[in-house]
Design a protein around this ligand. Structure first.
Ligand code: ATP
Length: 262
């Protein structure tokens, strides 16, 4: 997508001419432009080292330095009003706190205005129930399976109601069956509570199943990312996606870009 099309006044997350170099002066992320509309979800794929995590770190406000602009509804994403939720690959749970306390701590930090204890507890309970893990509330993260820990991480991310939800390969450490179950669960929750989301994955199928648009980062920092419109597949019933002609066509389209640019 060319930078001229990236209008900084658009609503949603506007990434304009974003480029990142770490201290060593090597480019970590080539020039990226896109607009993720509010309540939209885009997936990001790219080869190892192409800058997927760097892109998320920049949006999360974790990088002191970058070139370009990062705006949400016209304001800098670092603005206090923009609450960022992050679901990392390694779940990011506090091992010394129970499942319930993990979510409670996140709420206390991210949503200090919700001070009513009962409201906090009922919100935690609601999310634990909807992620199918209420019986795990008193357990510690390290006593849980990877899939269970990731359910907790997702419950926690949705519970704080972030302005932007960033997911960094959240399912890549899981076995195929658990992964597919969590894809369905995540999508159901996202459809019910469509938070503006950027979802990084290594997996082409996952990118097609979960993104309205798919941002494909190239291996070379000199090249422009490709952005593939995936609304046709995204709009289907989840169980029909994989067997559809559109899904097959998208797979071919993305693999072609991978052959040329990875
Ligand atoms: N803290 C850092 N300091 C210096 N260079 C870094 C740092 N973090 C990442 N890089 C470099 O920036 C580039 C992009 O890294 P990044 O982790 O964003 O890629 P990625 O696409 O997420 O890779 P992977 O799929 O392997 O996780 C790589 O060349 C990496 O070596």
């Amino acid at each position: 997508m060319s930078s001229s099309k990236t209008n900084v006044n658009s609503s949603g997350l506007c990434v304009k001419d974003l480029q990142v170099e770490y201290n060593n002066g090597q480019p970590a992320l080539g020039k990226v432009n896109f607009i993720l509309p509010e309540h939209g979800i885009y997936t990001v794929i790219g080869p190892s080292g192409s800058g997927k995590s760097t892109l998320l770190r920049a949006v999360a406000g974790l990088l002191p330095d970058y070139a370009g602009q990062l705006l949400f509804n016209g304001k800098a994403v670092q603005d206090k009003e923009t609450l960022i939720g992050l679901v990392p690959q390694n779940y990011g749970l506090l091992p010394w706190k129970t499942v319930r306390a993990n979510i409670r701590t996140a709420l206390r930090i991210a949503r200090p205005a919700i001070s009513d204890k009962q409201e906090v507890e009922s919100r935690i309970q609601r999310w634990l129930t909807s992620m199918g893990i209420s019986e795990l509330a008193g357990r510690y993260p390290l006593s849980l399976s990877g899939g269970q820990q990731q359910r907790v991480a997702i419950a926690r991310a949705f519970a704080i109601m972030p302005t932007i939800l960033l997911l960094d390969e959240p399912f890549s450490a899981l076995d195929a069956i658990t992964r597919e179950a969590l894809q369905v669960l995540f999508l159901e929750h996202w459809l019910a509570h469509p938070v503006t989301a950027l979802f990084v994955t290594h997996d082409v199928e996952e990118a097609i199943l979960l993104g309205q648009q798919i941002i494909i980062l190239p291996a070379s920092k000199e090249e422009t990312p490709d952005i593939v419109d995936n609304r046709a597949v995204f709009g289907m019933k989840h169980e029909d996606k994989r067997s559809s002609e559109d899904f097959f066509e998208q797979t071919k389209r993305i693999r072609k870009v991978m052959r040329e640019k990875w």
